[in-house]
Design a protein around this ligand. Sequence first.
Ligand code: ASP
Ligand code: MG
Length: 416
Amino acid sequence: MKVFKFGGASVKDAEGLKRVADILSATEGDVIAVISAMGKTTNALEKLVPILDAVTTEKLLGEIEEYHLAMARSVKIPFWESVHTNLERDFRELRVMVQEFKSDNYDERYDYIVSMGEVMSTHIVSGYLAGEGIKNEWIDARNVIMTDDTHRDAKVDFDKTQKQIKTQLLKSVKQNRIAVTQGFIGKSDKEHPVTLGREGSDYTAAIIAYCADAESVTIWKDVPGVLNADPKKFADTVKLDYLSYQDAIELAYYGATVIHPKTIKPLQNKNIPLFVKPFGDQNASGTCIHTNTSPLPVPCFISKTDQVLLSLSPKDFSFIAEENLSLIFDCFAKHHVKVNMMQHSAINFSVCIDSDPRKLSALLDELRNNYRVLYNENVELFTIRYYDQPTIDRITKDRNILLEQRSRYTVQVVVK
Ligand code: ASP
Ligand code: MG
């Protein structure tokens, strides 16, 4: 059994849906297709999470509904009635959540609303495939991916999930060959919808592959495979044919958007290969991520934008040693702030974190009780794996280096 993941860009228009159908009909054997929300739907749904006035809410909801109806109409689904019924129900559910579910827990409200993108998308894809003669069953990932209640970053309960995968997804592929399900979403132990973090559909594919002992996972993307740098930011990129799990996880963790960083662990743990293939050319080799011991043939460099560099010094002039470090890290963990790079001296601790204004102000308030805090916003963190001097020069040219760290294989620099 193979697991395929199709991202939002792959299912954003009629042409994309046709290609999904082509790929699935050309594939032999059982397939679980994990699908994202269509196009930029997740971003559109995120706008509905803050409580807005009625007119704006109506406008945003209307746009989302119209986009999905237009998508469904553009591919002419023979079983339109049943797809339409499902979509109408999804729209109603979304509307109720936006208008009536006013939890003071922002993250919980987020999950109720934003999880609907994948639900609507898979209703269209599944109905469209059926209309094209590709038998499949729509499976609700909220009954399969079982998690705790950390909204927007839910932690998967692999034991419970494995049971659900056996009884739902594996049973379904046995009967239908193809099961269609949602990436990114699941259900908490309190029976509430959850999400796994932005771009989390890749992770869903890996969770399913792990629990179902799949032969491989393929992520179909709008790039030829994994490249050594982001082609949107740098010229002369090179496609990597093979990548080790270790290199893949290091690159993904530090900002390579091609794969979600959590995707690698479940696959590595079961030695399942991960293919990243171009959506436009299903016969191309793409990149294979597996056990591989040779270093990469070229330096790889990635960047994380929208970073904040914090600099902390204890007000009482105490050393940055175990006690202070533990206090500082407790504070980061409590506010769910992700640390991307750190360095310390006798009485100074510098740390590069993701910028999230809502989390940041609460974090800073607490840190200021014990530390003098300076911060620098809008900085960029570059990570170069298998670095060489020309690559470092290329990245740091005309930039102000605020922090730098080197190990045997990796250089990281925070620049402004
Ligand atoms: N739809 C979600 C997002 O845009 C999950 C995904 O696409 O992987 O973040
Ligand atoms: Mg995506």
